[in-house]
Design a protein around this ligand. Structure first.
Ligand code: SFD
Ligand code: AMP
Length: 628
């Protein structure tokens, strides 16, 4: 076996991940832990300053309810989320985040984040819920707060978490390895918060060749949260609710500022606005087709109908939007000034969070004030914090949650001691950066309570640990043993390299589970075939080979992705309807059905190596809005 030193760390609260939810968890846990004499430890596979989805920065804070300013109520936000998810949402979780999120945003401002203000000193809104920021360094600021709260002695960066430690049905920690040194890490903890983001590259991306890693979602979020919770035996929810954003084509620049702040239209090649010409289609998806704003998946769907009829390319009419705003200026001089201002805001929107889109504009001689830019639906992603909903099924807050949704500690999964937040927790979409951090805070406070009330030390059998260590390092051993069998190490009859493994996974998902190739369309026979091929991929996972620490990360990333893929296929197959056209379409069940207005959940039973599918009721805490 590869010679890796074992490093053991014992702690009370273990935070896995270093993104938005993890940073929120760190700041909150530090506060409560100090009061209770507890230790908090954080582990990130990357460097926190630039890890996770906010690595490049962001140009907006997408969740701000504005309760203090009397702008909206918690109920308003819950209704918005429920409608956007076609009726499938955990209102207790959404409300819990919504009532605390504004305080997180005020904290960001205290930490130094520049939030745009108008002449009266009020926040500048992008849309009803979104605030404009100069957010290139958003993640650096948030990471700094988390680091200050915990102290670097309690933070492990560049440690890749592979596997949960489960003993007697309880989560007692996690194992992983350093991505820089030959060290195997064992973290034993009373409570573990899973905040390792969502997953990308489960499906074949649109990008090819040198652009392959380019996607909307950050390539380093590779299904670790889903794997950790599934493998630990936690009940999962909304595993079918993938997210497919519409983005500026090829470099994946955000559209929110264009649609909401600049009030731009998107048109097809004939100059038609599909949101108007396709309006009758929305009737089919009542009541959610009739709400405002039109749900994100339906916006996609209307656009796709045009594309499938050959009316593409679809264009964001940036030139028209800029001209329209500038034309409101009282005279020619102020119009010129306004044009300059808008031009720089347009570029900054990309430079703040998707630098490659600004590079693409420059490379293609695109001046947004002169010509429109193409937009397109991306490939499917798993992200419980944006407009998708996949994640673990977690306990709600005691004071709001219906009894069916409450089992002791807010944000705890169905596995004792294992908590989840941000992309890792499901059925509570539209939390975004601010809501994810908030959910991390909520989880951390509950974790400390759990530690105070459950003082039992975390234990794990040493012999089992040795077996896990051997399994985690096996790809290195496999490579060493067989590398001499071929001249090109990429091709070998005895092993499969992580990249080839990933290509195979992506091909299965793309062609059978409704990827880009099939315009997100699938059916029972296709899904069954996909599952059959996935089972063979899982057999071959034992032959993954890694030529060093870098490839060892890649190997485990793809292994994690494979489990996310399986949960996804099984749940799409279970739900016999189409509820989110624009995200995916079941050709064999092409409409929405009242009896499927439920959560589709799943549990993997490790001891039996079996999946169980479950329907769970949607229990509203607010009445559904009546829409005609
Ligand atoms: O508009 C392991 N999001 C936006 N939110 C906003 O509020 N405003 C915006 O402007 C946003 N835009 C946006 C957004 C996301 C993306 C990808 C883009 C643009 C391009 C959403 C937020 O970013 C998102 O909601 C939060 O970041 C979610 O937080 P969290 O904590 O659930 O995930 P994370 O921040 O990605 O962090 C994940 C961490 O896990 C680590 N990790 N650590 C150890 N072991 C492993 N095996 C691990 N695997 C992963 C990561 O390193 C990271 O630290 S807009 O365009 O939509
Ligand atoms: P995006 O850049 O697409 O992630 O959008 C940022 C925010 O604006 C998210 O909260 C989106 O849900 C919202 N948004 C984007 N486009 C629209 C639209 N056309 N109508 C309503 N909301 C939108």
């Amino acid at each position: 076996m590869a010679n890796f030193e074992t490093v053991e760390v014992k702690t009370d609260v273990l935070i896995l991940g270093g993104g938005m939810a993890a940073c929120g968890a760190a700041t909150e846990a530090a506060y409560w832990a100090k009061k209770n004499g507890l230790k908090v430890t954080l582990v990130d596979k990357a460097a926190m300053d630039r890890s996770g989805a906010v690595a490049m920065g962001l140009s907006a804070i997408n969740q701000y309810v504005g309760v203090r300013d009397g702008q909206n109520s918690i109920k308003d936000y819950v209704e918005y989320v429920r409608n956007d998810l076609m009726g499938v949402t955990r209102e207790d979780l959404v409300a819990n985040i919504a009532r605390h999120v504004d305080s997180s945003v005020h904290m960001f401002e205290k930490w130094g984040l520049p939030i745009w203000k108008d002449a009266d000193g009020k926040y500048v809104h992008e849309g009803r819920w979104q605030l404009m920021i100069n957010g290139e360094s958003y993640k650096v600021l948030v990471a700094e707060a988390a680091k200050n709260a915990l102290g670097m002695d309690n933070i492990y960066e560049r440690v890749f978490i592979v596997e949960p430690l489960i003993e007697g049905g309880k989560c007692v920690g996690a194992v992983g390895f350093s991505t820089r040194e030959n060290k195997f890490y064992v973290f034993k903890a009373k409570t573990t918060i899973v905040t390792m983001g969502g997953a990308v590259h489960v499906f074949r991306p649109r990008s090819v060749g040198e652009g392959l890693g380019r996607s909307w979602y950050p390539p380093f979020n590779s299904g670790a949260s889903a794997y950790f919770t599934i493998k630990g035996g936690a009940e999962m929810t909304c595993q079918e609710v993938r997210f497919i954003p519409v983005r500026f084509k090829d470099a994946y620049g955000p559209v929110g500022a264009w649609f909401l702040l600049f009030k731009s239209r998107a048109t097809n090649a004939l100059g038609e606005n599909y949101m108007q010409t396709r309006r009758p289609e929305l009737e089919k998806w009542k009541p959610y087709g009739m709400v405002k704003p039109v749900p994100a998946n339906l916006r996609n769907w209307l656009m796709m109908l045009d594309v499938m009829e050959g009316k593409g390319p679809i264009l964001m009419r940036t030139e028209e939007a800029i001209e329209k705003i500038a034309a409101e200026s009282p005279d020619e001089k102020s119009k010129k000034k306004k044009l300059k201002e808008l031009e720089s805001e347009a570029w900054e929107d990309f430079l703040d969070m998707t630098i490659s889109q600004a590079i693409l504009w420059a490379a293609t001689n695109t001046a947004p004030e002169e010509k429109p830019s193409e937009i397109a639906a991306c490939e499917p992603y798993f992200i419980g914090s944006h407009s998708g909903a996949s994640g673990a099924w977690v306990c709600g807050p005691e004071d709001i949650a219906p009894k069916e949704y409450f089992w002791g500690y807010a944000q705890m999964t169905t596995v004792k001691g294992m908590f989840a937040a941000g992309d890792a927790s499901g059925a509570s979409s539209h939390k975004f950066s601010s809501g994810s951090l908030t959910e991390g805070r909520i989880a951390a406070k509950a974790c400390v309570k759990f530690c105070v009330e459950n003082t039992e030390e975390p234990n794990f059998d040493n012999a089992k640990l040795e077996e896990i260590k051997k399994w985690v390092l096996a790809p290195i051993d496999t490579f060493e043993e067989h590398k001499g069998a071929t001249v090109d190490p990429e091709v070998n009859p005895n092993y499969i390299k992580p990249k080839q493994f990933m290509f195979r996974l992506q091909k299965i998902m793309d062609e059978y589970a409704g990827g880009v190739t099939t315009q997100f369309m699938t059916s029972k026979p296709l899904l069954e075939k996909g599952l059959e091929l996935l089972a063979m991929l899982r057999e071959d996972a034992d032959k993954l080979a890694a030529d060093g620490l870098h490839e060892l990360s890649r190997a485990w990333e793809n292994y994690h992705r494979m489990w996310q893929a399986e949960a996804h296929i099984r749940t799409i197959m279970f739900r016999e309807e189409t509820r989110w056209p624009g995200y995916y379409f079941r050709s064999d069940f092409p409409s929405m059905k009242e009896d499927w207005k439920v959560f589709a959940n799943c549990v993997y039973h490790p001891a039996k190596d079996e999946w169980e599918m479950l329907k769970r009721d949607i229990i509203p805490i607010y009445e559904e809005v009546k829409v005609s």
